[in-house]
Design a protein around this ligand. Structure first.
Ligand code: IDC
Length: 346
């Protein structure tokens, strides 16, 4: 019943969304190239969407099986809108085996949603991304990407308005996850994050009683131990984020992650890369593989930073590649090759 209902909602939304599609196509300069060179059969792609919930430390589907989401995050939507296109998402799903895409909506930097960015255009891009992901049977994370603003309280009123609007629109979708604050930093305490989370979660829950909500943790989403000691009370289906950059963060942070899970905290790695913490520098594949081994063992979901051709090591597309879908092997950077092989390896 729920499935039929959301298919109806999606179809209706698609009709209403046509103007937004025009916007995205206008933003996308490269013509779609049929996916040739990576040429993988769709049979290996993850199966149809089902609503998710949290049981213990795990993300679970309606059939009761553990679900592990593995995929990629966009760069800032205002920075690189061209990668929000259906051919791109289709390739990520069918060829790369990604079952989730994260839509990173910066609040502060570069045309940020709360710093002079075009709110309506950015929301149109989010909506297009949700529809493309849904049609491609992928989960989609709406990421309120705080960063230089440090404390999520800085733009709390706008966060509440944004999540109120989105959760009203997507209440019936089985595939939406809400990430309410990317990376609190600058000394923001867990108590401050928790107070923010209580308010934003209650706004989302008023519309959507059971979607999975991801809560950031102190120190650029690393101190999951503090969340484990004092989790948000009163709501189901919450998970807490840990972010790592494998050339910087090693055993210490991995132990913090596994200790939190063993203490009963549902952890979700909503952002990571295999380079250093500035998103650049050398990549460390051996360390990255250690992270993957542990995350797989614990059933933890992980989403790679980032889907762009920016001249930085975390970008999975090389700067010389100007197409926005139909990527070939040569279009991928070192971190892109690693991600492709890692996602395909399972
Ligand atoms: C980086 C981008 C870079 C951009 C910068 C803006 O890769 O192109 O100029 O943000 O400040 C994070 C953040 C993520 C960062 C990334 C790398 O969530 O926004 O992206 N990073 O620095 N946390 C740890 C690393």
């Amino acid at each position: 019943m729920k499935r039929i209902w959301w298919i109806t909602v999606v179809s209706l939304a698609l009709v209403l969304m046509l103007p937004a599609y025009g916007h995205v196509q206008a933003a996308s300069s490269a013509a779609p190239v049929p996916s040739e060179a990576l040429g993988i059969s769709p049979e290996s792609a993850p199966s149809a969407l089902e609503p998710l919930h949290v049981e213990g430390t795990r993300l679970v589907g309606s059939s009761g099986k553990t679900v592990q989401l593995r995929g990629i995050s966009t760069h800032g939507l205002a920075w690189f809108p061209e990668y929000v296109n259906e051919d791109c998402f289709r390739q990520l799903h069918q060829e790369w085996n990604a079952n989730v895409v994260r839509l990173a909506l910066y609040t502060q930097e570069y045309g940020g949603y709360c710093s002079g960015g075009d709110k309506e255009a950015l929301k149109a891009l989010v909506r297009s991304g949700v529809e493309y992901a849904t049609r491609q049977e992928m989960y989609v994370i709406l990421d309120w990407h705080i960063l230089s603003d440090g404390n999520p309280q800085t733009h709390k009123a706008e966060a509440k308005a944004f999540f109120r609007e989105m959760s009203r629109e997507y209440a019936e979708y089985p595939n939406i996850l809400y990430e309410i604050c990317n990376e609190p930093n600058g000394g923001t305490s867990w108590q401050e994050i928790k107070a923010y989370a209580q308010e934003v979660i209650s706004v989302i829950r008023a519309n959507d009683p059971d979607a999975v909500i991801l809560v950031g943790t102190p120190n650029w989403s690393q101190y999951v131990d503090q969340a484990a000691a004092d989790p948000v009370q009163g709501y189901d289906n919450l998970m807490y984020t840990l972010h790592f950059y494998a050339a910087t963060h090693r055993d210490d942070l991995r132990k913090r992650m596994t200790a939190a899970v063993e203490a009963g905290l549902p952890v979700f790695v909503s952002e990571y890369s295999i380079c250093s913490a500035d998103g650049n520098g050398a990549i460390d594949q051996a360390e990255a593989d250690r992270w993957v081994e542990v995350m797989d063992r614990y059933g933890i979901s992980y989403v790679a930073w980032n889907l762009s051709n920016k001249n930085e090591a975390s970008a999975v597309i090389v700067p010389s590649c100007t197409r926005s879908s139909g990527f070939t092997w040569d279009d991928l950077s070192g971190s892109g090759h690693w991600l492709y092989q890692t996602l395909r390896g399972k």
